[in-house]
Design a protein around this ligand. Structure first.
Ligand SMILES: *Cc1c(COP(=O)(O)O)cnc(C)c1O
Length: 400
């Protein structure tokens, strides 16, 4: 079977809730992927930052094989010998007292929402049913009914109501608006340190710091959604560290497994995370030994192989090179570390056609919103790889 055969099958039998580029991949290694016709591509998306460690990282792969052949799933009805070690290692790495394991990113966000609400009622003593969570315009935090209910992307909401109440939206990057929105019933402010799906939007310097001060002052939890920005993507363990901010609650996912398996988690200290008592919350697969073993290896290689420092160094280099392209189409180049957005001018005809052209050149990336090309290669990329990629990117951005 070739590319067209697979595409035909998928369009016949699969739900049409995605519009992928027409490339059918069958193998990956490091920053490279290969399609079913044998063509090789640079992966500049990294599965939306789930593959920060590079495709098929051998250490993570071995951990997965070992654990899969021993014991993949116990459920939390019983204990297993991987979850306690992941909890210890993740808490020691991040400096939080406890973690709560889930699977997808959306589940981690849902968990953080439930935690904040329960903290609001049990600790802050907000009247029952009145808890408010402040979120940001332009957010992307997952696709559950509650989460899309506070999205301002019309397509994500259309036809899916009614939505969960209790969310208040403020403009992203505007600390004064946040201050005005806080009421005695506000339990949390939930924010992405950089909005990834929103178009790689970097807030003004000091924004998170000011948000941190406001949250502390008003006894409101600061929840940082680091599912895309965390685990080294921006050149620090967490993107909030660029503003020297420690959130009360952090959600992680995506690269927590290096792309092998859905693993997410919520990190927080007591007494916040300890509002959950046995039976309050759970997941059949959350904290399973296979996911835990994979995540342990995924965070170990991230640190031991200096991927976080590499993201900063190569990110600076890539942003520098992109900023020097003299293309009529480019409005702005922005980002941090290896989370980079190239915003095109409105008259450029949309980012999609550039992504299609880059695919032809052997570089895979995806538009986010109509006018932004996101570049987010695995954190193992070298300067020589970037030089190779830049030849393709320059060529495509110089087209008419
Ligand atoms: C991808 C993402 C999510 C959702 O993760 P899923 O695993 O797709 O459910 C949540 N928050 C942010 C910031 C994300 O980028």
């Amino acid at each position: 079977m070739n590319t067209q055969d697979y595409i035909a099958l998928e369009s016949q039998y699969n739900a049409k809730n995605y519009k992928p580029l027409d490339v059918v991949l069958e193998r990956g290694e490091g920053i490279w992927v290969w399609d079913v016709d044998g063509k090789k591509y640079l992966d500049f998306l990294s599965a939306y930052s789930a593959v920060n460690q590079g495709h098929a990282h051998p250490t993570i792969l071995q951990a997965m094989i070992d654990q899969a052949s021993r014991l993949p799933l116990t459920s939390r009805a019983f204990r297993n010998n991987q979850l306690p070690l992941l909890a210890k290692e993740l808490c020691e790495l991040t400096g939080y007292q406890r973690m709560l394991p889930m699977n997808s990113g959306a589940e981690a966000v849902e968990t953080a929402i439930k935690m904040a609400r329960k903290w609001g009622y049990k600790v802050k003593c907000v009247p029952e049913g009145a808890a408010e969570i402040i979120v940001c315009a332009g957010n992307f935090q997952g696709r559950t009914t509650t989460i899309i209910g506070f999205s301002d992307e019309a397509q994500y909401r259309d036809g899916f109501g009614p939505f969960t109440p209790g969310f208040v939206t403020v403009p992203y990057g505007d600390a004064d608006a946040l201050e005005r929105a806080i009421t005695p019933n506000t339990v949390a402010f939930m924010v992405e340190p950089i909005q990834g799906e929103g178009g790689v939007i970097v807030p003004p310097p000091g924004y998170l710091k000011r948000a941190r001060e406001l949250c502390t002052q008003h006894n409101v939890l600061l929840i940082a959604d680091e599912i895309q920005t965390g685990l080294g993507r921006t050149g620090k363990l967490f993107a909030s560290q660029w503003d020297e901010v420690r959130a009360d609650v952090i959600t992680v996912g995506k690269a927590l497994s290096g792309g092998f398996y859905p693993v997410s988690a919520v990190l927080a200290d007591d007494p916040i995370i300890s509002v959950f008592k046995p039976g309050d919350h759970g997941s059949t697969f959350g904290g399973n030994p296979l996911g835990a073993a994979v995540a342990r290896a995924a965070i170990r290689v991230l640190v031991e192989e200096n991927m976080i420092e590499n993201a900063r160094e190569q990110g600076d280099y890539l942003i520098g090179r992109l900023s020097r392209i003299e293309s009529q189409h480019i409005q702005e180049v922005r980002g941090r570390g290896l989370l980079i957005g190239v915003e095109l001018k409105p008259e450029a005809g949309g980012a999609r056609r550039f992504c299609e052209a880059l695919k032809e050149e052997g570089l895979l990336c995806k538009e986010t919103h109509d006018n932004v090309i996101r570049f987010a290669p695995p954190l193992v990329i070298t300067r020589a790889d970037i030089d190779g990629a830049m030849d393709k990117i320059e060529k495509v951005l110089m087209m008419d």
